[in-house]
Structures are given as structure tokens and as C-alpha cells.
Design a protein. Structure first.
Length: 508
């Protein structure tokens, strides 16, 4: 790439010939440097805040104990990385396979002992699909009145039920949770492939060990929802972009089109995936000449918009009302995110529901009401109140290490057993402390990764930090909770591996 002008790579570090760079290239380099400084600064704050004020959502925790545990976890992780760097290729592969077997064992354990009846939004989608299994002419009210964003998942579950019925299988949800676990394992497979391509086998093997500390990868196996099912689209999108970006032949555009299709499907299932697409577009523009933009934008955006438009045209025929009146307007989630911790508010939900169904206001009118409420809240709280709100919101989102698993696993458990108290019952404090310590390590490695990206200004991995930063900004505005980070976990984990890995293999 023209932007990456250097004498060579010495121990993974690029030595730039700044005198050979054009003004455009220098400006882009400065902008990337400014972004890296901003990224490091913000996530340093997030790390320090999580260190001083560990989340108290599920247990009252002592910050010193959390710090001690996080240091123990960090020593273990660093020790394992140092040990792996001395092993043979065969040993690394065997250790990686063992780690994946352990992950699948943990997933099976939670599938066996932590099955829940589908409730909240998971139940809304599942029961809607169940009722429409024998045919439907319009989408159920759950989608048309409130949450049209869950229509793609509804269609997936509906198709799954029809296929399972042909096989005379009736325990649909259990099969869905098994498929959920499989998708999460495949997600980690893509994560492993990406890390191996970028940083080598030692880093990939360490990543396979690191994933065992990321509890949502197994605690959420019984929660069949877009948080987990969409993870694979995030890491697969980055992987395909990597294959395109570092390929030299004309077939590279095949990877680009595949990336576009993957991200289009991901966005349909969960709109947050659009953040990754934007990050990729920004990264390409910042690291390539404008002469190559046309081919890139055509290959990345044309399939994306074509697939999206075709999908929208198809589902519109199943809407019982005009498309503009389907579901809550987006301002509903911004309103919920504008006060306190910015999490789900039953009061705000009932308020919007009353405006839509009882007062029969149009979505445009509801938007105006929401904007007035948001404006009143911001005015009432003032600047200091806004800062406190954002501080509380950041802590609630990023400093909670269980990713809300105890709350979700405690809702309508299928059966009782001796293991449940240790995850969401009276003895959950040990689990919560462990998760909190790991989360602190994750935040610390994000900062380290950001520092290395500042030093390695040409590193491809900056696309990860752009996407993570975009997620951070999005959740500052939107309704939030730690569970909403799950979809971005593979990207967060990849940046953590980059932070831990040595500079033995850094592609450009």
C-alpha cells in the first residue's frame, strides 16, 4: 500500500521514510496517530474506572481483591505465552486442539445444567416463530408494534422449526441452543485463523487458551439470541477483509464480495455490525490511495446494499401497516440510554407503548415526544449531570465482567441443580470475582494493544480499534448493558492478543 512507505521491517517495526511521503499520506498518518492517542486515553480511563469502581451489579466487590485476582490471571496468561513461545509447531497445534475441546466441554456443561425457558426478547421471538410455524400472512405484533429488528432471527427460527418438524424433532429450543454453542465454537475457529494469519501460531495458540477465560463463550450457550449468533459475522468480516487487503492477485475481490455479503447478513440480524463495516471503510480510505477507492467501494458496498434492498422488499409484503409505522422509532432506545445507567427502562418502554398503541401517535410524532424528553433530561441534569451519567453508563457497560449472564441464566431455569448457585445463586460471588478480574485484564490489554498500534502505525489491527471505538461511542448514546458487548467480543479478544503478542510476526 502506498501509505506504508518504509525501509523495511526490523523485528516487526516499520521504519518510515517520511521524506518520501506525500502531504496526503502525512495527514493520514497524523490523523491515525491522533485517533490512537484518543483510543488509548479513553480506554485508559475505562480501565482505571473499572479498577477503582468494579461493577457492583451482582455482588459487592473489594477493588483490592479484584486487582489481586487480575494480577494472578495476568501472570498465568503471560506465563503461558512465554511457555508457548518455546514449544514446537506440533505441540502448539496439540495444545490448541486441547483448548478447543475444553471450550466445547464447558459449553456442553452449561447446555446440560443451565437450560432456561425462553423469556424476555428471546421468548418473544421464539414463541412468535412457534405460533407462525404452520403459516402466517403478516408478522406478529411483537415485531410490528415494537421490535422489527428481530424479524431476521424470527425467520431463521421459523425455518429451523420447519426443518426440525420434517425430522420429527419437537424440542426446538434445545436444538437452537446446541446450534448456538456450535456457532460460538466456529466463531472462535475464525478468531484462531485470523490471529494465526496476523500474528503467528504462538499467538493463535495463546488466543485459544485466552478464550477459556472469556465466560460468555459458554455461559451464553443456552441463550439463543443475536448477541451470540452474530459474533461470527464480526470476526469473519474482519478475516475476509484481511484476506482481501493482503492479497495481490485479482481474485482478492472475491474475498471483498464475500465480506460484503457476510456483513450484510450480520447487519440484518443485528444492526450493530454496521459499525464494523464503517470501521473497514475508514481503515481502507486511510491506508490507500483514492485511485483504489472506486473498486473497493463497489465491491464492498454494492453487494451489501443489493442484499439489504432485496430483503426489505421481500419482508415489506408481510407488514400489516406502512413501513414507516413499523415498531418503535429509534429515538426510543436513545431515550432509554439518556438517563441513569442507560439500561433498559420498563417505565420508558411502557411510555412509548402507550404513545403508539393507546394514543395512536405516528412514529414521527413519537420521535418528537422522545426528542423533547431527551432534551429535558439533558437540560435538567446540566453538564456535570451529563458527565456523571456517561461515567455511570461506561462503568455499567465495560466494567461488568459477567456480561449479565447471572441475570439471564436465572430467568425460568428448566430444572434445579447444585451448580446453579455458583453462577447466579447465593454462591455466585466467586464466579463474579473471577469474571471481574478477567474483565480488568481485558481492559488492560486493550490499552496495551492501543499503545502498540500507536508504535506500529501501519499495523492492520487498527481496524479492530476503530470498530471497538465505534462500539464504545454507539453505546454511549444507545440503551446499554454489558451483554451488548458480546457481539464485539471476538474483535476485543483479537486486540487483546495483539497487545500480548510479541513482534515476531506483524504483517503490513
Amino acid at each position: 500500500m502506498f501509505f506504508l512507505v518504509y525501509n523495511g521491517i526490523v523485528k516487526g517495526k516499520c521504519v518510515y521514510k517520511e521524506d518520501l511521503m506525500t502531504i496526503e499520506e502525512k495527514v493520514k498518518l497524523i490523523l491515525l496517530s491522533i485517533f490512537n492517542v484518543l483510543f488509548i486515553g479513553i480506554f485508559s480511563y475505562v480501565f482505571i474506572d473499572a479498577l477503582i469502581h468494579p461493577s457492583q451489579v451482582f455482588a459487592t466487590m473489594n477493588p483490592w481483591i479484584v486487582l489481586l485476582l487480575s494480577l494472578i490471571v495476568l501472570v498465568i496468561l503471560y506465563g503461558v505465552y512465554h511457555t508457548l513461545s518455546q514449544l514446537s509447531k506440533k505441540s502448539l497445534i496439540i495444545f490448541s486442539c486441547f483448548n478447543f475441546l475444553v471450550l466445547m466441554g464447558l459449553q456442553i456443561f452449561f447446555l446440560r445444567y443451565f437450560q432456561v425457558e425462553p423469556s424476555w426478547d428471546v421468548g418473544g421471538v421464539y414463541h412468535s416463530a412457534l405460533s407462525a410455524k404452520d403459516g402466517f400472512t403478516v408478522f406478529p405484533e411483537y415485531f410490528t408494534d415494537k421490535y422489527p429488528n428481530n424479524i431476521p432471527l424470527f425467520l431463521v427460527e421459523l425455518l429451523g422449526m420447519k426443518l426440525l418438524s420434517l425430522l420429527h424433532i419437537e424440542n426446538y429450543y434445545y436444538v437452537f441452543t446446541f446450534a448456538n454453542a456450535l456457532v460460538m465454537t466456529l466463531t472462535m475457529g475464525c478468531f484462531y485463523w485470523f490471529i494465526k494469519r496476523r500474528l503467528g501460531l504462538v499467538a493463535a495458540t495463546w488466543g485459544s487458551f485466552f478464550m477459556l477465560f472469556i465466560t460468555p463463550l459458554y455461559t451464553y450457550t443456552t441463550i439463543f439470541y443475536t448477541d451470540t449468533t452474530v459474533m461470527i459475522f464480526m470476526i469473519l468480516g474482519v478475516l475476509l477483509y484481511d484476506l482481501f487487503y493482503h492479497s495481490k492477485d485479482r481474485s482478492r475481490y472475491t474475498w471483498l464480495v464475500l465480506m460484503s455479503v457476510v456483513l450484510a447478513i450480520g447487519v440484518l440480524l443485528k444492526a450493530n455490525v454496521i459499525i464494523l463495516l464503517v470501521a473497514i471503510l475508514i481503515h481502507f480510505v486511510m491506508t490507500n490511495s483514492y485511485k483504489s477507492w472506486l473498486g473497493f467501494f463497489t465491491g464492498s458496498l454494492l453487494p451489501f446494499f443489493m442484499l439489504t434492498i432485496l430483503y426489505q422488499q421481500w419482508i415489506t409484503s408481510y407488514y400489516p401497516v406502512e413501513k414507516a409505522e413499523i415498531g418503535y422509532p429509534m429515538t426510543h432506545w436513545i431515550m432509554m440510554g439518556s438517563e441513569g445507567r442507560g439500561t433498559y427502562s420498563a417505565t420508558d418502554d411502557e411510555f412509548t407503548n402507550d404513545l403508539k398503541l393507546n394514543q395512536e401517535l405516528s412514529n414521527e410524532q413519537i420521535k418528537e415526544v422522545h426528542l423533547e424528553i431527551i432534551k429535558d433530561r439533558l437540560t435538567k441534569n446540566g453538564f456535570s449531570g451529563l458527565m456523571n451519567h456517561l461515567k455511570e453508563k461506561i462503568n455499567f457497560t465495560w466494567a461488568e465482567g459477567t456480561y449479565f449472564a447471572p441475570e439471564k441464566l436465572s430467568r425460568l431455569p428448566v430444572s434445579e441443580n447444585v451448580y446453579q448457585p455458583y453462577i447466579w445463586g447465593d454462591a455466585k460471588v466467586y464466579f463474579v470475582y473471577f469474571c471481574q478480574a478477567v474483565q480488568l485484564v481485558i481492559l488492560g490489554l486493550i490499552v496495551v494493544g492501543g499503545i502498540k498500534l500507536f508504535q506500529q502505525k501501519s499495523a492492520f489491527e487498527i481496524v479492530l480499534s476503530i470498530a471497538i471505538f465505534g462500539t464504545f461511542l454507539f453505546l454511549l448514546i444507545w440503551e446499554t448493558r454489558s451483554r451488548y458487548l458480546i457481539v464485539a467480543l471476538p474483535l476485543i479478544m483479537a486486540l487483546c492478543v495483539y497487545g500480548m503478542a510479541s513482534n515476531e510476526k506483524l504483517l503490513n
